[in-house]
Design a protein around this ligand. Structure first.
Ligand code: ATP
Length: 627
């Protein structure tokens, strides 16, 4: 056999990934409009916010941290005062033993103050460790909850997942936030005490020292600004890269990726996105180098002036050698404290940028949380009515559902049919109150869903969506998730039997206890149709007053499909049932069929009515038989 020339041709290189920018109303970098002074002035507010967050987690640990700050300040002052007292005899005249004897009490105080400082640092670290893990967990859980609780319509809004990605960075910063804030505060207190002592020794010294450290502070904050700018520009690419990584590596999509030759393309895309992210960081490197060099130059110049002045004061006899020696210690202490203030102040500032994104996301999520009103609905659901219901997705020109009116009664089976994109799934989301209509109203037993607590609505629904989740849980939880009822497995087996899965579940290594996640050690995997049966059993197990099945049998063998529809019919008397399907033969079980076209309800009636009406339904049925 000879190979064809097509196989010898060099492979076509994959196209470059699309340039995606963080867009929409949130595309404005919040730093763009804020002045440097305003940013520094915002530091106390950030510290207050961090303190308030920590306070909610652990009062005692926060009080302990505050006590440590206070002790740090006092011991720094005591240390310097005792050093000054010890220097006088040490550097004075007389016998060495006499001088040492005279200096001893002050030296003991110096040693004690140093020991207290060390112990305080250890205790402060302990207090910080009591707060940080719980603070991170609390913030992380709050973020997950905020995303879970928003109105489903918010997901379709511009930039939602990008803003979520930005907020994740705020959660990540909570790992270091308390430590940075605590170090900043204790350095500040040390600075004030050491600076105070230095000013007493010579009033000119402190301003000079401040000038020596200020450029480093400005440099650190400018660098943090550049870092944030790069982070901001990279948000969308990082988001897409994360998704690409998941799609490329998830075993579930492995067959599709391999057999369709997607591996090279996905790897190329992943690498290209990473390189784009790196490129942005690289272009910032010269800017950060310039900032670092200029700030070091300025700092060095002022520092040289400080030491020069100290030497001049000592040499010209304007200060005694003892004072000069104390001044050296004070300068060193002040300098170290100032550097810490600058480094940790910049870190707190840096954190504040990400915290603002996180807070903005929380605020937006709170605004988008359901506030529908106090009304409730409950079983039995006798009637669901839709009056001129219209819904348009954000950013779309045309409504997905357009002026639909419909009445459903208990005991009825409704089938919804129509071409792809005609609005069938959107209609089911409106009926279940997942979305609220832009116009018109949906009522359950006469109660408008726009004013009803959605949890009470969803207690009455069971939904098998077109794309259902394959939960990496045990078989039992895959049936009972959302409705833990009893510890008795009888009802679970009833639901499993209803979809013809008993044999398959019994064949699993641990029956209902089998973990259905191939990726996890000890897990088993089901076939596509078996997963779909399990999704149906999950909805049936809920015994819901409203049962919605969106293409419930698309992956099932004919026996499975037949069994499910028999079951749906057998249990229909007690509930309202809605079936969305493209297999028109299946609509025979329905009492009423509606046909959707471009969001509108264009035909309705029984199966017999519609096949004789000569409309869209009859046309589609003819096509499905014409093979
Ligand atoms: N989350 C969404 N965000 C934006 N537009 C959406 C969203 N979901 C659906 N749409 C749009 O709404 C229209 C109706 O979609 P819908 O999923 O309701 O159709 P369908 O009749 O269920 O289609 P299919 O038969 O393919 O399942 C389509 O134009 C689709 O592009």
């Amino acid at each position: 056999m000879t190979s064809t020339t097509a196989h010898d041709a060099p492979p076509v290189p994959p196209p470059p990934p699309a340039e995606i920018t963080y867009s929409g109303q949130y595309s404005v970098n919040p730093l763009g409009q804020v002045s440097f002074r305003a940013l520094c002035a915002g530091l106390p507010a950030v510290l207050r916010r961090i303190a308030a967050m920590a306070w909610r987690i652990d009062h005692r640990a926060v009080l302990l941290l505050l006590a440590c700050q206070l002790i740090t300040g006092v011991s720094a002052a005591v240390l310097l005062a005792a050093t000054a007292r010890a220097m006088r005899p040490v550097l004075g005249a007389g016998a060495v033993s006499d001088r040492l004897h005279e200096a001893l009490p002050a030296l003991i105080v110096v040693a004690a103050a140093s020991a207290v400082t060390r112990a305080t640092v250890a205790v402060a670290a302990y207090a910080e460790r009591r707060i940080t893990p719980r603070l991170t967990t609390a913030t992380d859980s709050a973020l997950v909850e905020a995303v879970c609780r928003v109105e489903a319509a918010a997901y379709a809004a511009d930039g939602f997942s990008d803003r979520q990605e930005a907020a994740e960075m705020g959660v990540t910063r909570t790992h270091v936030m308390v430590m940075d804030a605590q170090r900043f505060m204790s350095a500040l207190i040390k600075l004030i005490t050491a600076g105070g002592v230095l000013s007493v020794l010579n009033p000119l010294m402190l301003p000079l020292l401040l000038l020596a450290v200020a450029p480093a502070g400005i440099g650190a904050i400018l660098t943090a600004r550049v870092d944030y700018e790069i982070h901001y520009a990279n948000i969308a690419d990082r988001n897409v890269r994360g998704m690409t990584r998941w799609w490329a590596t998830a075993p579930k999509y492995g067959d599709e990726v391999r057999a369709n030759g997607m591996t090279d393309y996905l790897l190329h895309w992943y690498r290209a996105l990473s390189e784009r992210v790196d490129q942005r960081s690289l272009t910032a490197a010269p800017r950060t180098l310039r900032i670092a060099l200029l700030s070091s130059l300025a700092s060095g110049t002022f520092l040289a002036a400080t030491w020069g002045m100290l030497a001049w004061l000592a040499v010209t006899g304007r200060i005694t050698p003892a004072i000069a020696a104390t001044a050296v210690v004070a300068v060193q202490t002040t300098l170290a404290a100032l550097s810490q203030v600058v480094i940790n102040g910049a870190a707190v500032f840096h954190t504040s940028l990400y915290l603002s994104d996180m807070q903005a996301f929380f605020d937006a999520a709170a605004r988008q949380a359901p506030k529908r009103g106090p009304l409730t609905v409950g079983p039995p659901v006798e009637e669901i009515r839709l009056d001129e219901v219209t819904y348009r997705y954000p950013g779309k020109d045309k409504p997905a559902v357009d002026g639909v009116s419909l009445t459903l009664r208990r005991g009825q089976i409704l089938a919804i049919v129509g071409l792809n994109g005609s609005g069938k799934s959107t209609l089911t989301r409106l009926i279940t109150g997942i979305y609220l209509p832009d116009k018109g109203r949906v009522t359950w037993n006469g109660t408008d869903l726009a004013h009803t607590d959605p949890a009470t609505v969803w207690n009455c629904t069971g939904l098998v969506p077109q794309i259902f989740a394959q939960w990496p849980l045990r078989a039992r939880e895959n049936v009972t998730l959302g409705q833990p009822r009893s510890h008795d497995d009888r009802e679970v087996w009833d639901a499993v039997d209803a979809v013809g899965m008993r044999e398959a579940v019994e064949d699993l290594p641990a029956g209902l206890d089998t973990l259905l996640a191939r990726e996890i050690f000890g897990g088993a995997e089901l076939s596509g149709g078996q997963w779909q049966r399990l999704a149906c059993s999950r909805a049936l197990y809920r015994r819901p007053p409203l049962l919605i099945l969106d293409e419930p049998t698309s992956q099932m063998d004919p026996r499975g499909e037949h069994g499910i529809f028999e079951k749906i019919k057998a249990i229909s008397a007690d509930r309202i049932t809605i079936v969305v399907t493209h297999r028109l033969e299946n609509t025979k079980i329905a009492d009423h069929i509606i046909v959707m076209e471009q969001g509108r309800l264009t035909e309705q009636g029984t199966y017999d009515d519609l096949i004789h009406a000569g409309g869209t339904f009859a046309g589609l049925l003819r096509l499905s038989r014409d093979r």
